[in-house]
Design a protein around this ligand. Structure first.
Ligand SMILES: Nc1ncnc2c1ncn2[C@@H]1O[C@H](COP(=O)(O)OP(=O)(O)OP(=O)(O)O)[C@@H](O)[C@H]1O
Length: 508
């Protein structure tokens, strides 16, 4: 396929409304790609290329030669050019890169350029686009979507999955295995309003775990090699020496553990989340974050992902001593669930995670096998804009405009504003952070790139013609920033509407 066709598919997807129609366009393009074009084609259609992978500076994109009159580039030409740019390093590489950019763009027509710049600037890199492509790979290959998703989470990269699904089919994907040392997307939890509802969702037998208010960790150990990954699969190893030493002390040869790390003070008590989160961000290895493990995905050469939770929990107890595990209580009745929940809240914990004893580890899924219950309901929203403060807050960015995710459009729907709940330190921090995300400013309002996720408490959701989604939050206030979450993981407008129309499960 010629590159111009890929560019026109991308433009058509952007123009088309409706998720299904977009997926059709992408699936059709995937079917038309030759086997050797599948990997770059899938990667570019998902907008996956990053500016930093190629090292191309924005400045060099402003001084381009005139565009070509007619298209001549193939997908392979473009991919080879990007690969050559990425290989450049050291002295003289800047000039060589500029030359490669000039050659590539000189051979590209206006339409192709638009797509190339979108790729290089990251503008095409939207969660929505990548999400659509996952569906498109399923549609084009005929492999069920659930299997594509699982393969994606195990392989960690859509290109590989697309190539295997389209050239070798379901069987090739079935052979994907967990690899010790390579992180996989962690299993996530749904929410319920009460412990009784949570148990109704999981079914019995189940267990109630204390919900630890820290940061998610996934620890891989292969012999002496230990790596720790975050919820978003970033490598945290150098930042959490206490976790590394705790896992080194286990009597195992290889293991993959899932858990939560939390800051503790001198007396061993957990510190507030904001402190844990800032300790996790320190790069100097001085952070004291204590691990509490709640699951095990691999032990001494045996994969446990597909085993029921009861089998994994028994393996966890064998491999990890009690002080390093979360507190877990087996549950049979709603009364027990309510009692354990009340005790957890009274002891100052964030809540419970109720877990089905029969379920496998659902890589990357938010299903009914794990259901969290908290005494307070919150939403994770995205900061869309912010207003300069007045009076005591003069010079600080204060009133946040909050949005929920709209999965249909890939955009955000504004739900209201708040300047409540922030400490002085948070105000200073958000001012710096939001200044860096600013895109335009007028009349005290600074519009920002929608990247920062903030956890909001509220008293309810009301109908409001003033806001575009028709709903607004009552008494919204900031609890904390969620730097471990990306904007495409924020709560959706549907979750907010579900609270409005109730009585349905609450969000986060
Ligand atoms: N015992 C536990 N079992 C599972 N997850 C736990 C446990 N204790 C704390 N957690 C944390 O709770 C999270 C589960 O909630 P969820 O999957 O919805 O992620 P989240 O949106 O980050 O959650 P929240 O916003 O409620 O903290 C896990 O990612 C993990 O970090």
């Amino acid at each position: 396929m010629r590159f111009v066709e890929l560019a026109s598919v991308s433009a058509a997807v952007a123009r088309t409304s409706g998720r299904n129609a977009k997926i059709d366009l992408l699936a059709d393009a995937l079917r038309r790609l030759a086997p050797e074009e599948l990997s770059p084609g899938a990667s570019y259609l998902s907008g996956e290329l990053r500016q930093r992978q190629t090292g191309v500076g924005y400045a060099s994109l402003r001084e381009l030669p005139p565009p070509a009159e007619s298209p001549s580039l193939s997908i392979t030409d473009v991919d080879e050019a990007f690969a050559a740019m990425a290989r450049l390093a050291g002295k003289g590489s800047q000039a060589a890169r500029r030359e490669l950019v000039a050659t590539l763009f000189g051979a590209a027509t206006e339409a192709e350029r638009h797509f190339l710049i979108g790729l290089l600037s990251g503008e095409l890199r939207q969660g929505a686009q990548a999400g659509l492509l996952v569906d498109a790979v399923a549609r084009a290959s005929g492999v069920p979507i659930a299997q594509i998703r699982r393969a994606l989470l195990l392989a960690g990269d859509l290109k590989t999955v697309a190539v295997d699904a389209l050239t070798a089919g379901a069987e090739a994907l079935e052979a994907y295995r967990l690899t010790v040392g390579r992180p996989l997307a962690p299993m996530l939890a749904q929410s319920a309003a009460t412990a009784t509802d949570a148990l109704a969702d999981t079914g019995t037998p189940a267990a109630a775990d204390i919900k630890i208010d820290g940061v998610r960790i996934q620890v891989h150990r292969d012999g002496d090699r230990i790596s720790v990954f975050s919820r978003s699969l970033d490598d945290l190893t150098a930042r959490v020496p206490v976790v590394v030493e705790a896992v080194r002390g286990l009597d195992v040869s290889s293991v993959v553990l899932d858990g939560e790390a939390v800051g503790v003070d001198d007396t061993g008590r957990a510190v507030p989340f904001q402190e844990t989160s800032s300790r996790a961000a320190r790069r100097d290895g001085t952070a004291v974050l204590q691990p509490f493990f709640f699951d095990i995905l691999h032990l001494d050469g045996v994969d446990l992902l597909d085993e029921p939770a009861s089998v994994r929990w028994a393996a966890l107890e064998r491999a990890v001593p009690a002080p390093l595990r979360v507190e877990r209580t087996m549950l049979d009745t709603p009364e027990e669930a309510e009692r354990v929940f009340a005790a957890a809240v009274a002891a100052g914990h964030e809540g419970l995670v109720v877990k089905s004893a029969a379920a496998p580890y659902d890589v990357g899924r938010r299903g009914s096998a794990w259901v969290k219950v908290k005494p307070r309901h919150t939403l994770d929203l995205v900061v869309l804009a912010v207003e300069w403060g007045h009076g005591r807050r003069k010079g600080l960015l204060s009133n946040l405009h909050l949005g929920a995710r709209d999965p249909e459009t890939g955009g955000f729907v504004m739900l209201g504003k708040t300047f409540k709940g922030m400490t002085d330190e948070m105000l200073r921090w958000q001012t710096e952070r939001l200044k860096a995300l600013a895109v335009e400013e007028s009349d005290w309002v600074v519009k920002v790139r929608p990247e920062l996720v903030v956890e909001i408490a509220f008293d309810g959701v009301q109908t409001s013609p003033r806001y575009p989604g028709g709903v607004a939050l009552r008494f919204a206030r900031v609890l904390r920033y969620r730097e471990d979450k990306r904007a495409d993981e924020a709560d959706t407008i549907d979750a907010v509407r579900a609270i409005h129309t109730g009585p349905s499960p609450s969000p986060s």
